[in-house]
Write a protein that binds this ligand. Structure first.
Ligand SMILES: Cc1ncc(COP(=O)(O)O)c(C=O)c1O
Length: 452
């Protein structure tokens, strides 16, 4: 997470809030008329729309403590061989999603890292990914000394523009990595068609999309491998953690072995089937996930209802465009609530000032990612000695030009994020968000003058 939001600040933001343990009140309280928009913005000395914090995260209840203590007392904290809680969570998560197999890992990054290794991605290969994603999607490609090839974003959905993938495929393309960013599914019909036509495997980065669905199938189960993160901010979390879903027995065998130092299927302590690493999840993480999982469905339904209502309010505000969903989306996982902000409809109030003013109204928010394809460190990587051994001078020189993503550049300037926890409270919280935006629009001229 970059620009105006550090990872730590993000965690603090989603964790700050009411001390309640379960869900807040239902979402059925009726909409209220609002005179709040007439008030002066808090940034100009007025009263903020809200002072009450949004729901706290994570939710911790008695069952979480019990699960944790069970591992503590068992003294089996490490996943040795089969592992009790790790195996149980793998079976449960695979069944929940409708995949044949699940392999848990230490985090989402190591789930992706294991997956690219399962496909044999290596030096000389190209991997297709979106520029609007968390840096981990990119890092695992660079770790393999493969070339990242970015496909521009669809600004309306915040997802990769799948219609532009085919033009980026070359004889060196090794796989396609769509990312269901914010929980909003990518247009998987198009991704899977292109992948099939070019015989390319697909790794779905579903790290932010625990309950996302495409045509009634859970995301992560549509491609060859699908990856999740259970890092602290995620809708299903154990502080850190990851999982790979696959229905291919060969991928399953590889991933299971790779995350455990390449051990063979018999699980013997010193018998190895391949090169691997220690990317194992602990028994503590798995026990916590099993308990957190009991609330995921209910929490997701609350988020979805609130998000629907919030969209109905926000889309009436000129200059505010909530992220659209593709037609095949049967469920949005809502890790983020994303929208585009058009400053022309807000007296040219810069986005950074709009975000600051929203925060002052008591509405946590962020501007989200900056263009990943333009990160200086990528250039440093692909100009490094190792890359120069693998790729021609022309390939390296042309990389930047091939990877321009003009739509994504615009998206990164317009994006506004609200966090999943903000969708967990009562419906009136959504009214507060919309009231704050309306209020800022009404007073945008004054706010612009203040910031110039
Ligand atoms: C889209 C995406 N991919 C990958 C990751 C990496 O997951 P982790 O932080 O668990 O390593 C994240 C986590 O934020 C993510 O949002």
């Amino acid at each position: 997470m970059k620009s105006d939001l550090t990872r730590r600040h993000f965690l603090r933001t989603v964790s700050a809030g009411a001390a309640g343990l379960g869900l807040s009140a239902g979402v059925n309280s009726s909409a209220r008329p609002s005179a709040l928009t007439d008030e002066k913005p808090a940034m100009l000395g007025g009263k903020p729309v809200r002072t009450e914090p949004f729901p706290a995260w994570p939710v911790v209840q008695e069952n979480d403590e019990k699960g944790w203590m069970e591992v503590l007392r068992s003294k089996d904290w490490c996943r040795a061989g089969d592992g009790h809680f790790t195996t149980k969570f793998e079976e449960t998560w695979a069944r929940t999603l409708g995949a044949k197999h699940c392999v848990v890992t230490s985090c989402g990054t190591t789930a992706l890292y294991t997956s690219v290794n399962a496909l044999g991605v290596g030096p000389g290969d190209e991997v297709i990914l979106p520029p609007y994603t968390f840096v981990a999607t990119l890092n695992v490609i660079l770790m393999q000394h493969a070339l990242p090839v970015f496909v521009d974003s669809d600004r309306e959905t915040f997802q990769v523009d799948a219609s532009k993938i085919e033009a980026k495929i070359t004889s060196r393309t090794r796989c396609i990595m769509p990312v269901h960013l914010g929980g909003n599914p990518v247009n998987m019909d198009v991704v899977l068609d292109v992948a099939k036509k070019h015989k390319l495997p697909v790794i779905e980065d579903a790290c932010q999309a625990h309950t996302g669905e495409w045509r009634r199938r859970r995301v992560s189960t549509l491609g060859d491998l699908g990856c999740f993160s259970f890092q602290a901010s995620k809708n299903l979390n154990s502080g850190e953690g990851g999982a790979i879903l696959t229905s291919d027995p060969a991928h399953h065998e590889f991933c299971k072995s790779f995350q455990d130092q390449g051990r063979g299927p018999a699980g013997a302590a010193f018998a190895y089937a391949r090169q691997g690493s220690n990317l194992r999840m602990t028994e503590f993480q798995a026990a916590l996930l099993l308990q957190q999982l009991t609330r995921v469905e209910e929490q997701s339904q609350v988020r979805e209802q609130n998000a629907r209502y919030l969209t109905s309010l926000l889309r009436e505000i000129p200059g505010i465009s909530p992220a659209r969903m593709y037609q095949g989306t049967t469920r949005n996982g809502y890790h983020l609530y994303m929208l585009r902000y058009d400053k022309a409809q807000f007296a040219n109030l810069p986005r950074a000032r709009f975000l600051e003013a929203l925060e002052k109204e008591g509405i946590p928010c962020a501007g989200g990612y900056s263009p990943l394809n333009k990160e200086r460190f990528i250039k440093e990587s692909i100009h490094s000695r190792v890359y120069r051994m693998m790729y021609s001078e022309r390939e390296i020189a042309e990389w930047e030009e091939r990877n321009a993503c003009p739509e994504n550049d615009k998206l990164c300037e317009e994006a506004v994020w609200f966090f999943q926890t903000m969708l967990l409270g009562p419906r009136r919280d959504m009214d507060d968000i919309a009231d704050a935006v309306r209020k800022l629009q009404k007073h945008a001229g004054e706010l612009t003058r203040l910031s110039s």
